[in-house]
Ligand binder design. Structure first.
Ligand code: GDP
Ligand code: ADP
Length: 218
């Protein structure tokens, strides 16, 4: 009998204060790492210009969103900046079963919920910091997607989000986008390697025990 030594998919979580560069990094990672699956979140926030339903977000009314939560369809959900956001569970379960890795762009509350879920062992979490608060504000303004009031609200909330950095496995400062992308891909490569070796190691030790009768695994 040959054991299934394929690894499960890993769950790569990106969080940051709004404007630090998560969406940009996620999009770049999805181009460079085609085997990754992006977890498309459901949200009650209205679409921004250029955002496509089902690709960037699944745009839902508050009632529709609550029905998804009540039906147990969400792996996690949270209220962020006065809107609801959540990660649908079904695509994640499918990816895990296929050994595919999933990328999440969620806030710290989502990160905490996924980490403490049954899938928590498969989580690799990365917190993205801006180089400075002035640069964060300038990126929010430069994105030209939000009103002054929305930008002010996001700046106000950014310190609360930043205070969660130590809950994450890795912290990256997004100065140069190419460098940060390279660092993120290095983390992914190392974590994949670690996981790929684990099932193989278990098989190897089992084989040693069978051949040499070494007793218990150590
Ligand atoms: N908990 C949770 N947070 C999410 C989810 N999707 C997006 N977010 C977070 O919601 C916040 C606002 O996202 P968004 O409206 O796209 O604004 P942006 O981050 O400024 O581009 C960000 O911190 C996202 O990481 C989700 O499914 N669950
Ligand atoms: N390293 C960087 N240097 C300069 N501008 C950046 C960098 N990373 C992202 N940006 C820009 O900052 C703005 C906010 O980035 P975005 O990815 O939308 O942030 P988030 O998803 O974290 O809210 C965008 O206009 C993006 O092009």
């Amino acid at each position: 009998m040959t054991a299934d030594i394929r690894r499960k998919g890993l769950l790569l979580i990106l969080s940051s204060p709004s404007g630090a560069g998560k969406s940009t990094l996620s999009k770049r990672l999805m181009v460079r790492e085609p085997s990754l699956q992006f977890s498309v979140s459901a949200t009650t926030r209205p679409p921004r210009p250029g955002e496509v339903d089902g690709r960037d977000y699944i745009f839902r009314s508050p009632e529709e969103f609550q029905a998804m939560v009540a039906g147990g369809e969400m792996l996690e959900h949270a209220e962020v900046f006065g809107n609801f956001y959540g990660s649908p569970r079904a695509p994640v379960d499918r990816a895990m079963a296929e050994g595919r890795d999933t990328l999440f762009d969620v806030d710290w509350q989502g990160g905490q919920q996924i980490r403490s879920s049954a899938l928590g062992r498969e989580v690799v979490s990365v917190f993205i910091l801006p180089p400075s608060m002035a640069e964060l504000e300038s990126r929010l303004r430069g994105r030209a997607q939000d009103s002054d009031a929305v930008i002010a609200g996001r700046m106000e909330k950014s310190l609360g989000e930043i205070s969660r950095w130590s809950e994450y496995d890795y912290v990256l400062v997004n100065r140069d986008i190419d460098e940060t992308e390279a660092e993120l891909r290095t983390i992914l490569a190392a974590e994949r390697l670690r996981r790929e070796r684990q099932p193989w190691l278990m098989e190897f030790v089992r084989g040693l025990n069978a051949e040499y009768g070494a007793g218990e695994d150590r």
